[in-house]
Design a binder for this molecule. Structure first.
Ligand code: PLP
Length: 422
């Protein structure tokens, strides 16, 4: 475009933008929460454990009482099938996998991993953070003052050359990973990436991959699904199963904040975790475990639930992806993954545009996840990435939000080009 054409386009976009602002919108596209249309799909679970159905596990344990530190067998079996490990490798926790991750890092920091020196006494320890990534992971490592090293995400997962190089440093103690339908990019780690992670021999003996498999069941389409290689099995084949701790939860299968979470780990790691857990709690909420086990029955019950959820989510994701394509496709000002699962769509704008787009949206009454949130310390060095979360708003509101998003993305790009030519 010539400068004149750019100016004309800017004026047209500004006029459209002002019209949006005049509508007095108050919409939220910021957090990856299920909407009420998804939450109601698991309501039946709330009646699964009652006086009528009884409170006992299959083994006769009364779920209303204390006891069973690592979770009831039927819930362990469910997570074992979800994660593709043996029930003996599973510990079922409370209502949040993030909580289990926090506890793991907190314990590693204060007490050490499997008998090693606490990270807090080993100097300036570091963590690898694939970017863009999940802000709440980064918040945990930042909270403990662990230095975060960004590793670029590719379409196949984290840049493995950079990872293999970085783990030669014994102060690098771990790595955050969301291997399937990643938050926010939506990509799934390739088989090669998983094999390289499994084969890795980090210099630190107390290095741990934090394998947050939050979205392993979250396919959007029946005919297009990603497949993730089983890291635990691959690591086991290399004798490296102590190098990882796997996490997941039913937050986006049943109820966020009222689901159940689990850890899958090697016998050494599980023993280490239980040593701490015996001090931390007498046991998690077994009534909720029983509710989940009864409601889903088995992995097929979970798959069925996810198919029903996908029916609600699919039109929302289709709308986001189609609007991006229709409005921004071919303009060479934005790139995004055509996701087939998970909860997010991540958009890379022209460098220097993300903060501006988020601010323009906010001024017009629509909140999106803050620019920078997907990077350690909240700083995106290119100021380019924004995360869209389609799951919560009703589809009409999502449509308005996406119209505005694309408008703001183009406006920011045009104004950026005008400042460059000025
Ligand atoms: N891990 C990832 C990658 C997430 O995106 C989220 C929530 O958005 C969580 C963990 C939180 O899980 P939980 O509710 O089990 O704590």
């Amino acid at each position: 475009m010539t400068t004149e054409q750019l100016r004309a386009r800017q004026q047209a976009l500004r006029a459209e933008y002002e019209a949006f602002c005049a509508r007095g919108l108050h919409l939220d596209l910021s957090r990856g929460k299920p909407g009420p249309d998804l939450l109601c799909l698991a309501d039946g679970m709330l009646d699964c454990v009652s006086e009528k159905t009884g409170y006992l596990t299959e083994g006769g344990v009364d779920t209303r009482n204390y006891g069973v530190l690592d979770g009831i067998p039927e819930a362990k079996r469910l997570f074992a099938d979800i994660l593709g490990v043996d029930p003996d490798n599973v510990l079922v926790g409370g209502n949040s996998s993030l909580n289990l991750m926090y506890d793991y890092i907190a314990t590693a920091y204060a007490k050490g991993v499997c008998g090693h020196e606490p990270w807090s006494r080993q100097g300036a320890v570091k963590f690898l953070c694939p970017v863009p990534g999940y802000d709440r992971h980064f918040a945990i490592t930042e909270f403990f003052g662990i230095e975060m090293i960004s590793v670029p995400m590719t379409a196949a997962g984290p840049d493995m050359d950079a990872v293999e190089q970085a783990v030669r440093d014994p102060l690098v103690k771990g790595m955050w990973c969301i291997p399937m339908y990643s938050n926010p990019t939506g990509i799934t780690f390739s088989d090669d990436t998983v094999r390289r992670l499994a084969a890795m021999t980090p210099a630190a003996p107390d290095f741990r991959i934090m394998w947050d498999n939050a979205y392993c069941m979250h396919h959007l389409y029946d005919d297009r699904q990603d497949h993730l290689l089983n890291l635990y099995r691959e690591a086991q084949a290399c004798g490296h199963e102590d190098n990882l701790i796997e996490f997941t939860s039913t937050s986006k299968i049943s109820f966020p904040g009222a689901g159940i979470a689990a850890v899958a780990a090697s016998p050494n790691n599980l023993a280490d975790i239980k040593k701490r857990l015996r001090v931390e709690t007498i046991g998690y909420d077994k009534i909720n475990m029983l509710r989940h086990a009864r409601y889903f029955g088995d992995i097929e019950g979970v798959r069925e639930q996810m198919r029903r959820r996908a029916q609600v989510l699919r039109p929302k994701f289709d709308l986001v992806l189609n609007t991006l394509e229709e409005k921004l496709g071919g303009l060479e000002i934005a790139a995004w993954t055509k996701v087939v699962g998970g909860y997010f769509v991540s958009v890379d704008l022209l460098p220097g545009c993300a903060k501006k787009v988020a601010a323009l949206m906010k001024d017009a009454g629509i909140v999106i996840t803050g620019a920078g949130a997907t990077f350690p310390y909240g700083v995106d060095p290119n100021d380019a990435n924004l995360r869209l979360a389609p799951s919560y708003p009703p589809i009409e509101e999502l449509a308005v939000s996406m119209e505005l998003f694309c408008l703001c993305a183009e406006l920011a790009a045009v104004e950026q080009r005008l400042t460059e030519v000025a």
